[in-house]
Design a protein around this ligand. Structure first.
Ligand code: AMP
Ligand code: MG
Length: 418
């Protein structure tokens, strides 16, 4: 049959591995990176590996929540005049005392003087000639933040397995930690292969196209929480490929390549990867993205590094990354939420899909009163990157369907980060 991209495919369904099985094989082979201690900004966004327990009360002392006067509440009733005997600012270390009939000027964050049990805000006090009068009677405890108000000593403030957000980074600082034990961000080397490829700013010679994949894939790896590096383009040449892969792998926790995994004469990537370790080529029952290579490169490394050989068509590379590489990257980071959020959306137009393969169709979404609605982003050929640019999500047409009519609902994986 003719697929929505207009290509003829002659696929023996018996040789196809299902998307699910391939994903499972990939994810079960990947384990989180060894935890390391990182400073707080480097640890931001990473998954914590040990519980964080406060070893002291936060705050450690009782302090004022307002600028005002520290007083003894029972001596500061209506009509009372108090003698202002001193002042405490935030950060003060000198002991200060308040006696009945006295008031001490106090700033937000300053320790409450001994003897005081309330703060009268400046807004309701009148001070003149060393005396102050209270316009609103204070109650014991007014505008006082007790020690341990935020965190009690011994409390677990952050649990292992938690992904550190901005407030968590602040909490670590609050309990006196300048570093955190986390799974680090994976270092990902991204390499485009192909004799026809040029750098973006080069003038195109006949037969050349610009390398888009290494840019898309590096950006996707960054979005997935990795530290990604784009390698320069590598030719369809065995020696050049070996050299590039070996060089890139010495500093990487994962290698992602594009191109050279199909059945053409110059599709050398899968052979070279297989030669460098245990990397296997698979035909996965999906469209786009049928040819996939995955495994571990061991040569010349001391430890195996996961490698994905993605197909070269820009949309195939994009979808393959979404379906296999992104969850693998999240697992490397110790994350357990591996998938994009998904919704059900009603089709505004029919979608077609080749037999025996799951289609991931780039769709735009719109919401009406009672449902999400999806529509394909125009032509869906695997070389049509525009279809990915416009996409809000990937609609999944199951392998046992060749068409889903308008009005029926499909699962859409949302292309939003969370
Ligand atoms: P391949 O997987 O190497 O057979 O490539 C399949 C198609 O994708 C061919 O038309 C290539 O020219 C194209 N292609 C391969 N690599 C890239 C790339 N990095 N950027 C854009 N197009 C590419
Ligand atoms: Mg090629």
């Amino acid at each position: 049959m003719t697929d929505p991209g207009g290509h003829q495919h002659h696929v023996d369904p018996g040789e196809l591995v299902s998307v699910e099985d391939h994903r499972r094989a990939v994810l079960s082979a990947i384990t989180p990176l060894e935890p390391i201690e990182l400073n707080l900004f480097e640890a931001h966004g990473c998954v914590l590996v040990a519980d964080v327990i406060a070893d002291a009360d936060i705050p450690s002392f009782t302090r004022s929540a307002m600028d005002g006067y520290a007083v003894l509440a029972e001596t500061a009733g209506p009509g009372a005049t108090l003698r202002v005997t001193g002042e405490v600012a935030a950060g003060t270390r000198d002991p200060v005392r308040v006696r009945p009939g006295e008031a001490v000027r106090i700033m937000t964050g300053a320790p409450i003087p001994a003897g005081a049990d309330a703060v009268v805000p400046v807004e309701v006090a009148d001070e003149r000639d060393g005396k102050m009068q209270v316009r609103a009677t204070p109650m014991v405890g007014d505008h006082i933040r007790p020690a341990g108000e935020d965190v009690r000593a011994g409390t677990t403030v952050l649990r292992s397995g938690r992904r550190l957000g901005a407030a968590d980074i602040g909490m670590l600082a609050s309990v006196g930690r300048g570093r955190a034990l986390v799974h680090p961000r994976p270092r990902v080397a991204v390499i485009s292969t192909g004799d026809e490829l040029t750098e973006p700013e080069a003038t195109l010679a006949p037969g050349q196209i610009r390398d888009t994949n290494s840019y898309t894939l590096t950006a996707m790896a960054q979005e997935a929480g990795a530290t990604a590096f784009r390698h320069t383009i590598v030719r369809d040449d065995r020696r050049a490929l070996i050299e590039a892969f070996e060089g890139a792998l010495s500093h990487a926790d994962m290698l992602v390549t594009s191109g050279g995994v199909s059945a053409g004469r110059y599709d050398l990537v899968k052979q070279v990867l297989a030669q460098l370790g245990d990397v296997r080529s698979t035909k996965v029952g999906m469209q786009p993205g049928m040819p996939q290579a995955f495994g571990f490169v061991t040569r010349p490394l001391s430890h195996p590094v996961p490698c994905f050989g993605l197909p070269g068509n820009p949309v195939s590379a994009f979808v393959s990354f979404e379906v296999f590489v992104r969850p693998a990257l999240r697992r490397l980071q110790g994350r357990t939420d591996l998938n994009r959020p998904r919704i059900n959306a009603v089709l505004d137009e029919p979608l077609r899909s080749p037999q025996h393969r799951v289609s991931f169709i780039r769709v735009t979404l719109r919401r009406d009163d009672d449902a999400w609605h999806a529509r394909a982003t125009g032509p869906q050929g695997s070389g049509i990157l525009t279809s990915a640019v416009e996409a809000d999500g990937l609609a999944e047409v199951p392998s046992d369907r060749t068409e889903v009519p308008a009005g029926e609902a499909v699962v859409v994986h949302l292309l939003v980060s969370q």
